[in-house]
Ligand binder design. Sequence first.
Ligand code: SAM
Ligand code: SF4
Length: 330
Amino acid sequence: MEHMLIDSFGRTINNLRVSVTDQCNFRCIYCMPEEGMVFQPKEEILTFEEITRVIRIVSTLGISKIRLTGGEPTVRKDLPVLISMISEIPGIKDMAMTTNGFFLKKMARDLREAGLPRINVSLDTLDEEKFKQMTRRDVLHKVIEGLEEATRYFQLPIKINVVAMKGYTEDDILDFALLARTKPYQIRFIEFMPLDADRTWSRDQVLTGKEIIDRIDSKWPLEAVTRSNQREPADLFRFKDGPGEIGLIASVSEPFCGSCNRIRLTADGKLRTCLFSLNETDIKEPLRTGASDVDIADLFIEAVKNKEAGHHINDPSFIQPERSMSAIGG
Ligand code: SAM
Ligand code: SF4
């Protein structure tokens, strides 16, 4: 297939993250406000047919990987129907989903049977009280049950996303490392990024990847894993003395923008070429006003040409985008 989505820095885009809803049943402190989040009205949210049409079009431009996200994707009604529609698109070679895990006990099997091979589960702490503080929901047991159910159906190891925040994550690092050593889970620590709705992010709240790796390495020595696919954002480490992997997504302290291969479609049909984009391209309106497949394809090609070189979190002039993480689709 000829790749048509190449940006002005020579990066080839093959990965589209699709937000299927901006709603969520959690209120994580690093993502949503405790109260007062305003959601898009239903009619602004792309339908399954619209999402599938966009994916079919971009698959002809070289997009082969789809990640479903949100908001919380499992709160979107009839999600397995969308998954089976996407899995029928020939150009899509890989589909995954990021979820908070709450509904997995109930849904894992249906999602798998609909054609979803892989999931990431977000889980920031193994401590009940801290889980309640971080997600503002007292449901750690539900996520653990969901995760266990997921191991029966999805590709292993299941990746667990842990947002690393100073004052929260330090005491969990070794517990998560132990989990990676003993269970079919790859633990991926993600540095806290300035995408929180409360806009309280500050650099001193970021627990860096290096601090995490040093802590684990001093108890269980680690070695870096070299991978054939260097376009994955996570740096990967394995334990020298046995099984288990730790991933690091050091977006703040060691940006990987130079190898970024992704773009994002928000639940309300806006194309974003970077998590931190200050501009977006409207896809929904053209979809609803008779644009042809070629017109839609051109919107993607043009937007990708203007993809940002990288984020500016580390510049004094950094401007946090208007949308917070749940409204973008992380
Ligand atoms: N609701 C799903 C979940 O939590 O997995 C999917 C959407 S969530 C926005 C996607 C990922 O972004 C999660 O792993 C979440 O922990 C992460 N995330 C949210 N806000 C973040 C922030 N400010 N910095 C870093 N990661 C963040
Ligand atoms: Fe919801 Fe995911 Fe954001 Fe948490 S990180 S509030 S689960 S969208």
